[in-house]
Design a protein around this ligand. Sequence first.
Ligand SMILES: C[S@@+](CC[C@H](N)C(=O)[O-])C[C@H]1O[C@@H](n2cnc3c(N)ncnc32)[C@H](O)[C@@H]1O
Length: 248
Amino acid sequence: MSPPARTNLIRRGWSRLLTTGPKRSLDYARHQVSERYHETRIGIRTAGSMKTAAVTRRPGLCKPYAPIPYRSFFAVMREVEIRPLEDVFLDYGAGRGRAMILAARLPFRRVLGVEIEPGLVETARENIRRVSHRLCCRDVEVVTADAAEFGCPDDATVLHFFDPFAGVILEQVIEQVRVSLRRAPRRLTILFADPNHFAPLAASSGWLVKQGEVPYPFVRGMELIRESYFIYEAQSSPDKDQGINPSG
Ligand SMILES: C[S@@+](CC[C@H](N)C(=O)[O-])C[C@H]1O[C@@H](n2cnc3c(N)ncnc32)[C@H](O)[C@@H]1O
């Protein structure tokens, strides 16, 4: 780290200490160390957040890029029972590929990601290439598309949403999941961060059942806050009349 960058880091740390107090500053520092440790250990470049062009075009609907914290992904995946070489992981809003790559270190048959921002897809592909020789899953692919148009492949069984989109886009995607389940009944798990958007949809769906909740740390501005991942199981073949009415 260059001397000006180090001075800047010390200044920011000091200011955080003064505004949030020692306990929260320590939690924040621990979180940052953990993030750097896992990023280096795994050998990918996914850190940092980014406001994308999609956010500018569709504010409030498309969310910006921010990677899932490593420890949060490990914690939520401990709750998922993976059927080796059978389950297929799909990350909606794959960003730079962090969740996909962590999933591909597990015995999934296939790992898929869909991401709207071409620049992020390029970085995700580069990251996948960089560590492909160390992945357990050999079939890893990221597609550039708007999730609302991408649909839900009929073999996807673990769907991951780390706060990618909201409103009508989320409604369309969940409707596509329901249609896919009717076409191809199967066990399907949904992992959703930011339950504020998902929980009301799930509650009114009649075919999504909450199984659990996993707290995770998240950095907002200078603060480390606690959010929750919700884990849902889908009824394997939802009725025709259980569709979500898109709110337009
Ligand atoms: C919070 S990031 C999640 C990053 C990634 N899943 C991870 O765990 O590291 C949300 C991502 O969703 C993408 N996104 C937003 N709207 C989208 C849409 N309509 N279709 C596909 N991706 C979208 C954003 O570009 C961003 O990369």
